[in-house]
Design a protein around this ligand. Structure first.
Ligand SMILES: NC(=O)c1ccc[n+]([C@@H]2O[C@H](COP(=O)([O-])OP(=O)(O)OC[C@H]3O[C@@H](n4cnc5c(N)ncnc54)[C@H](O)[C@@H]3O)[C@@H](O)[C@H]2O)c1
Length: 351
């Protein structure tokens, strides 16, 4: 059944995918309203939304998804009919060093939103609504080489605290449909790339390090394979699911676009050579980085560990400003050279 959208609440909308989603939505549906709720953690950057601030259909609210009362008030006062939930702790490496924040934000935070949505959309007079939860394909675990792609029926086998916390949140969302009748959908996507990504993730980290003349830390032998999805292809997939997807369905969104990490890094170096020829790349150090030992080859694809935290070594904002243009330029070029496909594949699973 088609869901008609008018007023959206976008959690985590100052982060990478959420901010791209806010831009995408207001460009595509200029008559609709987008309210962003974001706690502005280290990963959130209000400047990602600068271009929207003057738009009367846009509002930024600085707040925490754990504040159920605040969310409830927002849902009422803005007459929200569609909640798109991006807010999360999202970096696998950080979840290994500090899992608590991941369980709190990703599981308790998601539950807080569900409670608020139930109170406003179901317990009151009732309103046509949609709760869309953005999740990850990491809930399915690690894909062996040559294994077929994950489908939505693949058993959950999360291998990191991040993936486990996202898996937990998926189950809670599903339970709110089955128990209370909340209209929910879930999407599980692969690795996104695009503008506004925080420079701790592979592509912006490599670009930032190139610009700083720093080594390019590649985990292991760099042969880990990842599927890469351009962020606006992801947003188009979410758009389709929100408006046309069936309640209680899970949808995988992939790029059908697999690369080894080392090939991505080599491509970035080639692009840097073309666009920033004066940057000297410490390429010979690609293979020089000390590699943490891992016990089992099956763990390898899951744990890319950049050995340096860019945000610790460069003034935070300066790094973001420096990186943003280059990331935009580079991702656009990646698209042109065929790194990205233009059509996301979205596959439904009827439970
Ligand atoms: N980036 C990817 O490749 C990828 C892949 C698969 C799934 N996902 C999922 O997509 C979503 C968005 O990912 P991203 O890469 O944009 O993340 P991000 O880390 O760039 O942004 C997360 C945003 O959430 C906000 N936030 C964190 N805790 C909050 C809280 N308690 N209350 C309100 N806001 C809070 C942060 O301030 C930040 O703006 C996440 O749920 C993530 O699990 C991302």
């Amino acid at each position: 059944m088609m869901h008609e959208t008018k007023n959206l609440l976008v959690t985590g909308g100052a982060g990478f995918i959420g901010s791209n989603f806010a831009h995408y939505w207001l460009a595509r549906y200029p008559a609709e309203r987008v309210v962003v709720l974001d706690a502005l953690t280290y990963a959130g950057n209000r400047e990602n939304l600068d271009a929207l601030e003057a738009n009367p259909n846009f509002r930024f609210v600085h707040g925490d998804i754990l504040d159920t009362g605040r969310v409830e008030r927002l849902l009422r006062e803005e007459q929200i009919d569609t909640l798109v939930h991006f807010a999360a702790e999202s970096h696998v490496d950080r979840s290994i060093h500090g899992p608590d924040a991941f369980l709190k934000t990703n599981i308790e935070g998601t539950h807080s939103l569900l409670k608020a949505a139930k109170r406003v959309w179901l317990d009151g007079e009732g309103r046509a609504h949609r709760f869309h939860h953005v999740s990850t394909d990491e809930v399915y675990g690690t894909l062996e080489p040559d294994a077929p792609a994950f489908t939505e029926t693949h058993p959950y086998q999360p291998n990191s605290p991040y993936a486990a916390s996202k898996a937990g949140s998926d189950h809670i969302v599903r339970s709110y449909h089955h128990t209370y009748g909340l209209n929910t959908t879930i999407s599980n996507c692969s690795n996104n790339y695009g503008p506004y990504q925080f420079p701790e993730k592979l592509i912006p980290l490599m670009i930032a390090n190139c610009l700083d003349g720093k080594p390019l830390p590649v985990y292991g032998d760099g042969r880990q394979i990842r599927d890469w999805l351009y962020v606006d292809d992801h947003n188009r997939g979410i758009d389709l699911i929100i408006r046309n997807g069936e309640t209680d369905n899970t949808y995988n969104i992939g790029g059908n676009n697999e690369w080894t990490n080392i090939d991505i890094v080599a491509l970035i170096c080639d692009l840097m050579d073309q666009h920033h020829p004066r940057v000297s790349l410490p390429r010979e150090r690609f293979w020089d980085i000390p590699v943490p030992k891992i016990d089992s080859p099956t763990r390898q694809p899951l744990l890319p560990r950049p050995s340096c935290a860019h945000h610790d070594s460069v003034p935070h904002i300066a790094a973001k400003l420096l990186v943003r243009n280059s990331v935009m330029m580079t991702t656009m070029t990646l698209r042109r050279v065929g790194c990205a496909i233009c059509t996301p594949y979205v596959t439904p699973y009827r439970s």
